[in-house]
Ligand binder design. Structure first.
Ligand code: ADP
Ligand code: MG
Length: 493
């Protein structure tokens, strides 16, 4: 299927032909016709499969008619990072070469005044990071009612970076009649929720199963026995491989800097990139790497997703990633758009746990590289690591007395018993208090009436009830009746 058959305009076709795109990628084939028809679309495809063009090309055609008003953008693209937003902008410039479409970037780290000025001129395509978008809207610089299309790009990365609440907030501000497109490498629960809440009968497109690595990437693990040897072995591989450009991923920003220093001191052509760096330096570094000024790019996961850095022939994972799904994103930096690529993951004894998680996520083991490191020890250490994980799981509880576990029924019965016991105690206490009160009242009565006789023993009372005639008793009765105060109400004669 050609781009023409997808229904794109001649102006768009001309631009992409000049870029050398001959055939649409699977995700482009599946999404572009739906977008052109005006449907909401959820596009799931791995990194490097051409998701940007999937939304940018039809958007250009849709937006080619109509004009933007001041502070009323006609479409909005949300991207998780400044670099990704910039990259989308660059693609719009390339794809929209023959369109008269205005575009603005609304990203953090850039001048607000400048961005305000551009917004006031009216833009067709606004590309923004969620934070800056909310900021500008709350300052009253953007009117959302003109937005006809919203794209959420790299939704999985938005999720990782904690931007989903911001995305929801922004989506709730735009009119419900707008068209929403969402792109992600993985389909997570939170992403599904967005689709359900903010999209209208979205067409779901799965151009590849989630968490699969590109087939053109040859990815292997290099076992380095102990972590201290990693640097030497990394240099061995770099020296023996035919590297055009390489990315080296580390888990920690500190490690990025120290590895960068080591490689620079060894006179490699190297630059570094991580989230703590100033925005302008980050942009300049990417630019320089793209221009081929550096051969090696040492980075943190800030560069793992979405960034389109062409011609990366090799990816090195200096550590196995903390999050298994990052493995696919890191190695996805190579083998893009059908090109061949190589990825090496350096594994020491400390990394086996992370590697096991990666393999579980991939659904198969990563092949051992026998050309580098200490491959002969790998199998034995892997088995040991698996065993020690098992032992450490089982042993700590072995000698600990386990708290008794009760079944649900037992727990309910126990609760009922406890309730009854408490009720009984309460009743007994109530009775005790009542009789105490009664005794006190009688005491008070006796004090008020000095002639009142003390209570008779029970046997005695019984005798008098039967009405036995007894002189003393009659005398008592009379004497008692005569002196009885009026409030008793009865006078016994
Ligand atoms: P994703 O967003 O899926 O990670 P990108 O949109 O960044 O991928 O595209 C990856 C690379 O593939 C870019 O360099 C882009 O120019 C290229 N590309 C996209 N579509 C095509 C195509 N149809 N033919 C050739 N190259 C393409
Ligand atoms: Mg992308």
């Amino acid at each position: 299927m050609s781009f023409k058959e997808l229904g794109l305009s001649d102006l768009t076709l001309k631009a992409i032909t000049e870029l050398g795109y001959t055939e649409p990628t699977p995700v482009q084939k599946l999404t572009i016709p739906h977008v052109l028809k005006g449907s909401d679309v959820v596009g799931i495809a791995q990194t490097g499969t051409g998701k940007t063009a999937s939304f940018a090309l039809p958007m250009l055609d849709i937006l080619s008619s109509g004009k933007a008003k001041a502070r009323m953008p006609r479409s909005l693209i949300l991207a998780p990072t400044r670099e990704l937003a910039t990259q989308i902008g660059e693609n719009f410039v390339k794809y929209g070469k023959y369109h008269k479409i205005s575009m603005a970037l609304l990203i953090g780290g850039e001048s607000v005044a400048e961005q305000k000025k551009i917004l006031s001129t009216g833009v067709d395509v606004l590309i923004a990071t969620p934070g800056r978008m909310i900021d500008m809207f709350e300052r009253g610089q953007i009117i959302m009612t003109g937005i006809k299309m919203v794209v959420i790009d790299e939704a999985d990365r938005m999720l990782d970076m904690g931007f989903i609440p911001d995305v929801k907030k922004i989506l709730s501000w735009v009119k419900t009649t707008r068209q929403v497109l969402l792109f992600s490498a993985t389909m997570d629960k939170e992403i599904k929720e967005i689709a359900e809440k903010f999209m209208t009968f979205p067409k779901e497109v799965f151009a590849s199963s989630p968490s699969t690595a590109a087939k053109t990437v040859n990815h292997t693990v290099v076992y380095t026995a102990d972590a201290t040897k990693k640097r030497r072995i990394l240099c061995d591989i770099i020296n023996s491989e035919d590297i055009k450009n390489a990315m080296i991923f580390c888990n920690k920003k500190r490690e990025v800097s120290s590895l960068y220093n080591v490689l620079r001191d060894k006179h490699y052509s190297v630059c570094q990139f991580h989230g703590d760096m100033n925005q302008h330096i980050r942009t300049a570094t990417i630019e320089a790497f793209k221009n081929g000024d550096f051969e090696l790019f040492v980075c943190s996961d800030a560069a793992a997703r979405g960034l389109d850095l062409p011609d990366v022939s090799h990816v090195f994972l200096y550590d196995a990633p903390y999050k298994p799904e990052d493995y696919v994103h890191r190695i996805g930096r190579t083998g893009r758009a059908g090109k061949e690529g190589k990825a090496f993951t350096l594994i020491s004894d400390d990394d086996f746990k992370a590697l096991a998680a990666v393999e579980k996520n991939l659904g198969r083991p990563v092949i051992l590289n026998k050309d580098f490191g200490d491959p002969s020890l790998y199998k034995e250490r892997k088995v040991l690591a698996a065993k020690s994980k098992f032992i450490s799981k089982v042993n700590p509880n072995k000698h600990k007395p386990k708290p008794p576990t009760l079944s649900k029924l037992e727990r309910e019965n126990k609760e009922k018993e406890e309730k009854l016991r408490k009720e009984e105690l309460f009743r007994a206490e109530e009775q005790r208090l009542m009789s105490e009160r009664r005794r006190q009242e009688q005491r008070q009565l006796r004090e008020a009436n000095p002639y009142m006789s003390p209570r008779r023993p029970a046997a005695d009372q019984h005798k008098h009830k039967k009405g036995a005639s007894d002189k003393g008793r009659t005398k008592d009765k009379v004497a008692f009746g005569e002196h009885m105060p009026a409030f008793f109400g009865i006078k016994i004669k």
